[in-house]
Design a protein around this ligand. Structure first.
Ligand SMILES: NC(=O)c1ccc[n+]([C@@H]2O[C@H](COP(=O)([O-])OP(=O)(O)OC[C@H]3O[C@@H](n4cnc5c(N)ncnc54)[C@H](O)[C@@H]3O)[C@@H](O)[C@H]2O)c1
Ligand SMILES: O=P(O)(O)OC[C@H](O)CO
Length: 318
């Protein structure tokens, strides 16, 4: 398959490497101003991954849209700007694959809903979610992921053509649940980092249990399948987020508690805002999300906020 990957950061560059390794004809697009693209053009490496010569590097967006499959892996808040830039090219008969975990804060939309504003009926959109860090895949450590789409034939095509010994893909069947679950796991990842920063890592078991529970409530209220919170998009991603030293979201949470600056993309920092709005819209109680929001955006003391979670009225577990 001829595939373009848009977004040449940590994840987009890995996807390009992975799909090239799978035998596809891959090119990687990055803006000419991008430091990631400059690094790849000059050295073919970003320190995490080295791209073989078989992967074309381009800073020409029109060229990137010639492929039949267009994978997008930019920061979630940047998707609308990217699609606005693509709009004059009038794209038809394309399959877009979103490799991103977030939601649009300004509208509260899931990323496939943002895509729907920009694509016509000839274009199809899928999401690719689940656990995995470049550092591990690149060493040959396998993992399981999920691809979901409203179009059955698109799921089939992508899963058949993308699976191999490194990634076992499952067929998703709950776009709402998978998108919300994938985005929300980054907020739980920040909470996990905060616990690490407070030397309370032993609470991560409870975080896993209660985090999945609150996300499952939200998914159900939004019309999705609550079980998706226990699937690869969310619970299945906790090892890579709640526990991994490679997780940007977990590291961001820990750095925040320590008062240290953190500059890499931590999607949960933005997603927490979108989840707060959804909590209100759907009337769903999201105590962990609220706690993360209070610490990040309202300047609340982390330890006191945690104590606040413990003194809420006592309730049934399920
Ligand atoms: N296991 C997984 O599924 C997994 C793993 C890592 C990251 N991710 C997701 O991938 C997404 C990207 O994360 P990352 O860690 O690669 O971030 P990153 O900051 O390393 O890379 C993002 C890239 O997007 C580029 N970009 C932003 N707007 C653009 C635009 N309009 N046009 C072209 N390029 C644009 C930036 O220049 C940057 O190079 C996030 O949503 C993240 O949650 C998923
Ligand atoms: O490094 P993080 O926290 O952005 O997480 C990356 C992936 O989503 C883990 O599967």
């Amino acid at each position: 398959m001829k595939i373009s990957v848009i977004g040449c950061g940590r994840w987009g560059s890995f996807i390009a490497w992975y799909l090239d390794r799978k035998g596809h004809d891959v090119s990687l697009y990055g803006r000419a101003s991008s430091k990631h693209m400059k690094e790849f053009q000059e050295t073919r490496t970003n320190g995490l991954i080295t791209l073989p010569e078989s992967i074309g590097l381009t800073a020409n967006l029109e060229e990137a849209t010639k492929a039949e499959v267009i994978v997008i892996s930019v920061n979630s808040q940047g998707l609308r700007a990217l699609m606005t830039e693509l709009a004059p090219l009038v794209l038809r008969d394309k399959i877009f694959v979103l490799c991103m975990k977030g939601m649009e804060i300004s509208t509260g939309k899931r990323l496939t809903e943002v895509m729907a504003e920009f694509t016509d009926a000839t274009c199809k959109t899928a999401v690719w979610l689940g656990p995995g860090h470049v550092q591990e895949f690149y060493k040959g450590i396998p993992n399981c992921m999920v691809i979901d789409s409203q179009e059955e034939e698109v799921k089939e095509l992508l899963i058949q053509n993308f699976s191999n010994d490194l990634i076992r893909f499952y067929y998703g069947n709950d776009l709402i649940g998978n998108e919300i679950g994938g985005a929300a796991k980054n907020v739980i990842g920040i909470a996990a980092g905060m616990l690490d920063g407070l030397h309370l890592s032993s609470l991560k078991g409870a975080l896993m249990s209660r985090g999945t529970r609150e996300v499952s409530r939200l998914i159900k209220a939004m019309g999705g399948n609550e079980l998706s919170a226990y699937g690869l998009c969310h619970l299945g991603d906790y090892e890579a987020t709640v526990f991994s030293p490679f997780s940007h979201n977990r590291t961001f949470g820990e750095s925040f508690i320590r008062g240290e600056a953190y500059t890499d993309l931590a999607e949960g920092y933005y997603t927490v805002k979108a989840l707060m709005a959804l909590s209100e819209t759907y009337g769903v109680d999201l105590p962990i999300t609220e706690a993360v929001y209070a610490v990040l955006y309202e300047g609340k003391d982390p330890k006191e906020t945690l104590n606040g979670l413990f003194v809420r009225s006592l309730k049934e577990e399920f």
